[in-house]
Design a protein around this ligand. Structure first.
Ligand SMILES: [Zn+2]
Length: 212
């Protein structure tokens, strides 16, 4: 079984997470752990493919560093990443807060950089979702954001910071979206994810990776 080890990394120079934000992140990490260990997640990764508009060839993950889908799945569950050498089936998430405008028009949910293990989460993104949506909506999004950022710690990247059609097929986006989809399916009894609601949610935020 794969475990998710969550550590809040707060310091005096940055804003800290509120208790409400912390419990939401903890709940999202718990949901994420449940999904990562599911057969649906394994199949979602090892069977991932898409067909471009032109041509017949099927493609797997974009910017996959030459890894097969099976290899990518293994990387996602073993806990070995650019910062952790042990294959202890523990994913270490060091979560740090930052604060930047996030409102009904959207904004940045989180980011990381190639030189740090930290996963930065935008307090304004957390607050916006916690205040405007039920947990059935925001927990899948938070969980997807966490795993998206962790994919960068595995060395996967995307082109620039936009959630473009190209980027949606990269490992961080595709795997993050898979988590959101699977968790929404679990939450569907509580909240109806109509197409309109889903479209509205998906336009709202972007995930960034700043290159140092
Ligand atoms: Zn990213």
């Amino acid at each position: 079984m794969t475990r998710i080890q969550l550590n809040f990394k707060e310091d005096e120079e940055h804003p800290s997470f509120s208790e409400q934000e912390k419990s939401a992140i903890e709940a999202a990490a718990k949901d994420l752990q449940r999904v990562v260990n599911s057969e649906a997640f394994r199949l979602g990764v090892v069977r991932y493919s898409f067909k471009p508009k032109v041509g017949r060839r099927k493609y797997y993950f974009r910017m996959n560093k030459g890894k097969s889908r099976q290899e990518i799945y293994k990387m996602l569950i073993t806990g070995q990443d650019n910062y952790e050498t042990k294959r202890d089936y523990t994913l270490n998430f060091l979560v740090k807060p930052f604060e930047r405008k996030f409102d009904a028009q959207g904004g940045t949910a989180g980011f990381t950089r190639p030189d740090t293990q930290f996963i930065f989460l935008n307090k304004a993104y957390l607050t916006y979702y916690i205040h405007n949506y039920p947990s059935a909506v925001y927990l899948p999004s938070f969980a997807g954001t966490l795993l998206h950022e962790y994919c960068h710690n595995l060395g996967f990247s995307h082109r620039g910071n936009r959630s473009s059609a190209y980027n949606q097929k990269t490992v961080p986006y595709a795997v993050g979206n898979l988590v959101v989809k699977l968790l929404r399916e679990i939450q569907e009894e509580e909240f109806e994810f109509t197409e309109e609601v889903v479209a509205n949610l998906e336009e709202k935020f972007s995930l960034e990776r700043f290159c140092a």
